[in-house]
Design a protein around this ligand. Structure first.
Ligand SMILES: [Fe+2]
Ligand SMILES: [Fe+2]
Length: 273
């Protein structure tokens, strides 16, 4: 199993481009699953530099509907042709970010029909969904903690009015590996502890050995980060490879706690297990 980060906010290797967003390719040896697509440009550029053939992607999973995870879809379809895409039904909700001067559309930048006409075959479900024999989505994540709120600035347009977006479409991927679970995270708007708690209840794996991807801790205070860290140890997490919306404070705390088992997951990072 190999996971390659193709789009991420930071790039430190020669020739690769950084972009605000996330996309990771999961190669099982049999299946090629792309988890999110970044905003638009860097997915195709970075794949070329890394000699990854995106026409071989046979399944796409979307973590949620924000543009920085879904913007690459249209061009990607020109490479894959007909392809199965797994997401939550709210992935197409009209999402906005409230701004001081103006509100900004931050949802998926395409209509569902437009993508379908280019070969997208959508499987939209709130339930956990199998992607391969040992990979599944979390489906909708129950919110159980009292310290992982969603920003009031993230909204959805309903009946002509902006209302708070609970981001029920936010989901992660679970890879079953040697009696433990490896978790691939998109933006984790649902909260990292909520997400891992949900996974513990879903799977029969003994623990969660590794988390990879965005953790949405960039605005978290010290108290939330401490509670998150305590929970990670409780879930048995041994390796952390975080990206995107994790933020400097949380990354520093992960580095302190996990030492050489903390990976700064930039564009071009490859994780094998
Ligand atoms: Fe997001
Ligand atoms: Fe994001």
């Amino acid at each position: 199993m190999r996971i390659t980060t193709l789009v991420e906010d930071t790039a430190t290797k020669p020739k690769l481009l950084a972009e605000h967003g996330l996309s990771m390719l999961i190669e099982t040896g049999k299946d090629n699953i792309l988890f999110d697509t970044g905003q638009f440009l860097s997915l195709f550029y970075n794949a070329k530099v890394l000699k990854i053939d995106l026409s071989k992607v046979d399944r796409i999973v979307l973590s949620h509907g924000h543009y920085d995870h879904t913007g690459g879809l249209k061009k990607l379809l020109s490479k894959t042709g007909k392809v199965d895409i797994y997401a939550h039904p709210d992935v197409f909700a009209p999402k906005y970010a409230k701004g001081k001067e103006r509100d900004r559309y931050i949802g998926i930048p395409y209509k569902k029909e437009e993508l379908e006409s280019r070969g997208a075959v959508f499987h939209l479900s709130r339930e956990p969904t199998p992607i391969t024999d040992n990979i599944m989505t979390t489906g909708e994540i129950e919110r159980v903690t009292d310290f992982e709120p969603i920003s009031d600035d993230l909204c959805v347009m309903r009946d002509g009015q902006l209302q708070k977006d609970d981001l029920l479409d936010d989901q992660a991927l679970i890879i079953k590996n040697n009696n433990s679970a490896v978790v691939v995270l998109g933006c984790t708007h649902a909260g990292l502890v909520n997400t891992l708690q949900h996974i513990c209840e879903l799977t029969e794996e003994a623990d969660i050995s590794m988390i990879i991807g965005g953790t949405h801790l960039l605005h978290a205070d010290k108290c939330r980060i401490k509670r998150t860290m305590d929970a990670l140890f409780g879930f048995g997490v041994k390796k952390v490879a975080t990206s995107h919306c994790t933020g400097t404070r949380a990354s520093a705390t992960f580095l302190d706690a996990f030492g050489c088992n903390f990976i700064e997951n930039h564009v071009g990072t490859q994780i094998t297990f």
